[in-house]
Design a binder for this molecule. Structure first.
Ligand code: SAH
Ligand code: SF4
Ligand code: F3S
Length: 439
């Protein structure tokens, strides 16, 4: 074989796309590709896209336009679009952007090598099927190369919840869980390659119901099983839906030491009227009760969430209810967005909140969330936490890693290496990180 071809992948959107990009790179590895950090010397460029908000989707077209020069300079360059925009607008992409050689959806990327061959043979290729076969059964075994201390592992895909604002049920399809044994095998394999922390991923990860010997296992049972893997020190999971927080999963936060004290549990709004129109099937009150039960199981858990402001017909009073809920919860981390109408979703047809009103609400919400995040972080000062070190810090001799509660922690100490897990006393809190000293 000659010199390997180079693959440049740019990933947008959620962690599930990060995981998929890794798997796509591995699949193309079997075709003789190595990855590169720059599009300039690539033989293939793959955009792994996100459709969740209008801005995310638009980026794809502007990014593609920028590759025109590269393609003119190198006619052998192949350009592909993967991910949720590919799924939602594959044919339109092909029509609007002749630069694109192939389009592949999130459920069919095991066919990427074949599509690339078609494109190399001079055709254009599109595959946005929801195939009968499971892509994970058709992807090559994961390579044995050493890897960093943290990894994502997708255990569940798709969503059946149909929140009125959201494209995910359309771009990712129905809820499917990977079988327990496959997940355990992949986790063991990651640990053998140096991984010490695994984040289990799913669009609705706590709706996991994987098959095991003819039975169905929930997420808590899966976590307890993974916790028995020697060398795996930390388990996290994301993203969860409030309606799927089963009792045993709450209990696991109290009695499974490897399950980290951090939970991303989006609520979207604090107004019951808005929640109803969002088709969330929970109320602000039921969410608050749930948070209480989780905190009873694990008092120091850091709660994280997502909010949408300016959902169609959201009134000033609805928004105040969101502010009240945020005050009641106290978030350690939070993501908040202006509502973005998405084609094909029911909420896009409803009367919209004016843009300047959305802006004003978002600013107020984000100011409150920033204060809360800082307060939660500041309260870590003086505490002892576990830190898994990942990479060098800002100054010589310093390393940075994540605490159990997912704060970034900087520590200056001789001989620390990526993958080391140490007890650390937190000494100070800055804008977005903590500093500490080894105990
Ligand atoms: N499955 C996860 C998250 C999916 S998308 C869940 O159910 O929580 C991540 C976040 O993007 C959502 O939680 C929501 O806050 C936001 N989001 C989704 N659709 C959106 C839209 N149309 N406009 C603005 N934000 C949106
Ligand atoms: Fe989207 Fe709602 Fe499903 Fe989350 S639960 S992916 S917000 S439809
Ligand atoms: Fe975006 Fe698709 Fe993830 S729309 S958030 S990449 S599931």
């Amino acid at each position: 074989m000659g010199t390997p071809r180079k693959l440049f992948i740019k990933t947008y959107g959620c962690q599930m796309n990060v995981y998929d990009s890794e798997r796509m790179a591995e699949a193309m590895g079997g075709q003789g590709y190595v990855t590169t950090d720059s599009p300039d010397d690539a033989d293939m460029i793959l955009l792994n896209t996100c459709h969740i908000r209008e801005k995310a989707a638009e980026k794809v077209y502007s990014e593609l336009g920028r590759f025109r020069g590269l393609k003119a300079a190198n006619p052998d360059l192949k350009i592909g679009v993967a991910g949720c925009v590919a799924q939602a607008e594959g044919e339109e992409i092909m029509r609007r952007q002749p630069l694109v050689d192939l389009v592949v959806g999130p459920q069919s990327y095991h066919r990427l090598p074949e599509l690339e061959r078609q494109a190399r043979a001079g055709g254009r290729a599109l595959d946005t099927d929801y195939p009968e076969e499971d892509k994970f059964d058709h992807l090559a075994a994961r390579p044995k190369a050493r890897r960093g201390p943290t990894a994502f592992l997708t255990v569940q895909e798709g969503c059946d919840k149909f929140c009125a604002f959201c494209v995910v049920p359309y771009t990712r399809g129905a809820e499917v869980s990977r079988p327990v044994d496959r997940v355990v095998t992949e986790a063991r394999d990651l640990v053998e390659r140096g991984v010490r922390e695994i984040t289990l991923l799913g669009q609705n990860v706590n709706a996991y119901h994987g098959a095991k010997d003819g039975a169905e296992w929930g997420l808590a049972r899966l976590i307890r099983t993974l916790a028995r893997i020697d060398g795996l020190d930390r388990i996290r999971f994301t993203t969860s839906h409030p309606n799927d927080m089963e009792d045993d999963l709450i209990a696991a936060h109290g009695d499974c030491p490897k399950l980290m004290p951090y939970l991303h549990l989006p609520v979207q709004s604090g107004s019951d009227a808005v929640l109803k129109r969002m088709n969330r099937s929970h109320t602000a009150e039921s969410y608050l009760r749930l948070i209480e039960r989780i905190r009873a199981a694990r008092p120091d858990i850091v709660i994280s969430g997502d909010f949408i402001v300016g959902f169609p017909e959201e009134t000033a009073a609805d928004f105040e209810a969101t502010m009240d809920l945020v005050r009641a919860v106290e978030y350690g981390q939070c993501y908040s967005f202006k509502y973005s109408p998405r084609p094909g979703t029911p909420a896009a047809e409803r009367p919209q909140v004016p843009e300047d009103e959305k802006d004003a609400r978002l600013q107020r919400l984000q100011a409150l969330l920033r204060d809360q995040q800082r307060a939660v972080q500041d309260r870590m000062v003086g505490r002892e936490v576990g830190v898994l070190f990942e990479k060098p810090g800002r100054s010589p001799g310093q390393m940075v890693g994540k605490s159990d509660h997912l704060h970034s922690v900087f520590v200056a100490a001789e001989g620390l290496r990526p993958g080391d897990m140490r007890r650390v006393r937190i000494t100070s809190s800055a804008a977005n990180s903590l500093e500490g000293a080894l105990i």
